[in-house]
Design a protein around this ligand. Structure first.
Ligand SMILES: Cc1cc2nc3c(=O)[nH]c(=O)nc-3n(C[C@H](O)[C@H](O)[C@H](O)COP(=O)(O)OP(=O)(O)OC[C@H]3O[C@@H](n4cnc5c(N)ncnc54)[C@H](O)[C@@H]3O)c2cc1C
Length: 373
């Protein structure tokens, strides 16, 4: 291929893998470095619940997240098709509910959506959010309808299996014989080079996708702790994503679509401690799940997971492109939601060699970087 570039990607979380896949589809020669094995590790991607919920995020995030998220929602089915594997992708919509005492939170959520969409042309998006009553709720999710007299229904929201995505991307990259340096912690990278122990690798582009691993270089990067619990609940039959308004965070229940499995989460704590789940968080998450559906009482707790989301000061993602080096970070709670759009935008920025006008201009901003020693 005439314009084939040598590209080194550091970090094989969701951003690094998807970018490697996208750029290898475009014919570039890719080398991946990651400190973990290929099959598992401590990437935040392995803890994520896999929700693709741009409407729900509007309540607390900028419209940039919504716009990029909606673009990704269009891209994910095509990615699944091209990967030729089942990514556990479901587009069945989300339901937002509240108990009577927290109704004000649900009303505030609806107001935020109305307010933020006020100046925004939603006409181009087919299935818009709508408030539904108990009888409509009982048609969608009969098992929770007796507890809630109303809900907000977000029909386009989706979710996928994060482990399936991570595995399928790795399988296809390895099939294509992409060079993958696993168990390789990078201590130095820069314009056109990656240093691994005493070996220096030269590239046309280096892309830093280390998530929180880049904290040493990017001062403003911080971790936001999140805890999730995997339950096996044979007494619960819920097929849509459900969020319960909670004074401290929005509890979500994500049906895995098989084996009566549900992920419930997630706490959001300003801390970069990734130690085991606390008693308080476990009690809050489990009692909220039980209050949503009494069938969770007899559920088995299969796994608890904790990790930290890589976040910047404004909680927005950022891509910083300089000569021969691209830094991508700050995916915060939106890594799976945003990665397809970000990967596509970076591919275009590389192919147009600096002359690309992105529709997501706010994505491209500089980091204040501590020079890597
Ligand atoms: C509890 C929880 C729930 C979440 N739920 C969702 C959700 O439902 N939907 C959603 O879209 N997002 C969700 N997220 C957010 C999502 O997980 C992150 O936004 C995403 O994983 C960030 O992607 P990343 O590739 O930048 O970083 P990561 O996924 O953390 O990957 C970083 C990679 O870099 C590697 N690395 C780090 N340092 C080095 C080094 N020095 N040398 C070599 N390799 C290195 C790591 O090993 C890792 O593989 C959730 C996160 C948490 C914690």
């Amino acid at each position: 291929m005439p314009n084939q570039l040598k590209i080194g990607i550091v970090g094989a979380g969701i951003m690094g893998r998807l970018l490697a896949w996208q750029l290898s589809n475009a014919g570039h020669q890719i080398t991946i470095f990651d400190k973990d094995p290929i099959e598992f590790g401590n990437a935040a991607a392995y803890t994520a619940a896999g929700m693709l919920t741009p409407y729900s995020e509007v309540e607390s995030a900028e419209m940039l997240i919504f716009q990029m998220g909606m673009r990704s929602l269009e891209l994910w089915p095509g990615i699944a098709k091209r990967l030729g594997s089942d990514l556990g992708f479901y587009q069945k919509g989300s339901l937002i509910v509240s108990h009577v005492n927290d109704r004000a939170d649900l009303l505030r959520f609806n107001q935020q959506l109305n307010f933020k969409f006020n100046d925004f042309n939603l006409a181009e998006y087919a299935d818009k959010p709508r408030q539904i009553d108990r009888s409509q709720l009982s048609q969608l999710e009969p098992e929770i309808a007796s507890h809630f007299s109303e809900a907000t229904y977000l029909p386009q929201e989706s979710w996928l299996c994060t482990k399936c995505v991570m595995r399928s991307l790795a399988d296809q990259l390895l099939e294509r014989r992409v060079a993958w340096y696993a168990h390789s912690e990078i201590t130095e990278l820069g314009e056109n080079f990656v240093q691994l122990n005493k070996q220096r690798f030269d590239f046309n582009w280096v892309i830093d996708c280390r998530g929180l691993g880049a904290k040493r270089d990017i001062n403003e990067l911080r971790g936001v702790r999140g805890e999730v619990i995997l339950l096996e609940a044979p007494d619960v039959k819920v097929s849509r994503l459900v969020r319960l308004m909670h004074p401290r965070y929005r509890l979500y229940v994500v049906p895995k679509g098989r084996d009566n499995l549900y992920t419930i989460g997630a706490t959001q704590i300003e801390s970069d401690d990734d130690g085991p789940i606390s008693v308080r968080s476990a009690l809050e998450l489990l009692s909220a799940a039980y209050s949503l559906h009494p069938g969770f009482a007899e559920a088995k707790i299969l796994e608890t997971k904790t990790n930290c989301r890589p976040a910047l000061i404004d909680n927005l993602p950022r891509v910083d492109i300089s000569q021969g080096l691209i830094r991508v970070n700050g995916l915060y709670r939106h890594g799976f939601l945003l990665a397809p759009t970000i990967a596509a935008e970076i591919e275009k920025a590389i192919s147009f060699a600096g002359n690309y006008a992105s529709p997501f201009e706010a994505l491209f901003r500089s980091f204040e970087v501590e020079e890597c020693a």
